[in-house]
Design a protein. Structure first.
Length: 293
């Protein structure tokens, strides 16, 4: 599949991924400058940026890029290479494979925009939606208590109605920031009617927004979006959406010592009923030959 089409599909599904591009390749390598691939959240690589040893390093560095939300320059060097010095923003991986080439691969995380769900049509709700879009957040207007998948924040600005049901639904959906537009007294009253844990209560903000003395609808909307920005940038809210993300499984190649991410394509053997994983078929053959002797 054309990778540009695949990128569009992943964005439409709000799935994070990493775009990997070979920016420099020193012979002998199987990849060339300009080769590219997409690294999905489960470690699957679609496209080509090098052989299996390189792919192992790319998977590990891509996970780092997703966790940090920042680009990573991966420098893959042959064993015992003096190569490139380590610098901020760069990750060095030693490649024990026989190819022996050096490569630089830029890993750029592609994270879906923060999704803010807004309940209500009041002037404050409209102001929240407007300011959220101005900081490139995705805004979805909701009615009732159906929370959109992947929402990082839910703002309830209905000034009445079944606010408790919306809050409960947002908490059940795992939303990290739930904001209720209400006075302190009314906010406490609404929360008293909701069975919630201490952890859940910590995710509910009422009155919603930073305390900047806001009085008008626009000022209140600005203070709410500013508080969401604070929560995102401080790490309080995850930069990636809440999706089903498999836990990465790793193993150490017993031949070269490289830590590999275990996927369906990772070379392995079953020895005495135990799975043994390798960075590449070469290490698997060497291990198999040694233990068959």
């Amino acid at each position: 599949m054309d990778l540009s089409i695949r990128e569009t599909q992943l964005r439409e599904d709000r799935l994070p991924f990493v775009r990997a591009t070979v920016v420099r390749a020193q012979a002998p390598t199987s990849a060339h400058s300009g080769d590219n691939a997409l690294v999905l959240i489960d470690g699957t690589i679609e496209g080509f940026v090098g052989g299996q040893c390189t792919e192992t390093s790319v998977r590990a560095a891509a996970q780092q890029a997703l966790d940090r939300g920042e680009g990573v320059l991966l420098r893959v060097l042959p064993a015992e290479s003096d190569g490139f010095p380590e610098t901020p923003g760069a990750t060095i991986a030693v490649n024990p494979c026989m190819s022996g080439g050096a490569m630089e691969i830029f890993l750029e995380p592609q994270l879906p925009p923060t999704l803010v769900a807004v309940s209500g049509t009041s002037p404050i709700a409209q102001a929240v939606a407007d300011f959220a879009r101005r900081v490139d957040y995705l805004v979805e207007q909701i009615s009732g208590s159906e929370i959109p998948a992947g929402a990082s924040a839910v703002i309830i600005a209905t000034h009445g109605g079944d606010e408790a049901a919306v809050i409960r639904a947002a908490l059940d959906a795992g939303v990290g920031y739930v904001g209720l537009v209400a006075s302190p007294r009314r906010g406490r009253s609404v929360l008293e009617g909701i069975e919630s844990s201490v952890e859940e209560r910590a995710r509910v903000h009422t009155p919603a927004g930073l305390d900047v003395g806001a009085r008008t609808a626009a000022e209140i909307g600005l203070s709410i979006v500013a508080d969401i920005v604070r929560a995102v940038r401080s790490g309080e809210l995850s930069k990636t959406p809440r999706v089903s993300r498999p836990v990465s499984r790793t193993a150490v190649d017993p031949v070269c010592g490289m830590t590999v991410t275990v996927t369906e394509s990772t070379p392995h053997l079953v020895v005495a009923g135990v799975d043994v994983w390798f960075c590449c078929p070469g290490c698997r053959r060497a291990y198999q030959k040694e233990h068959a002797a």
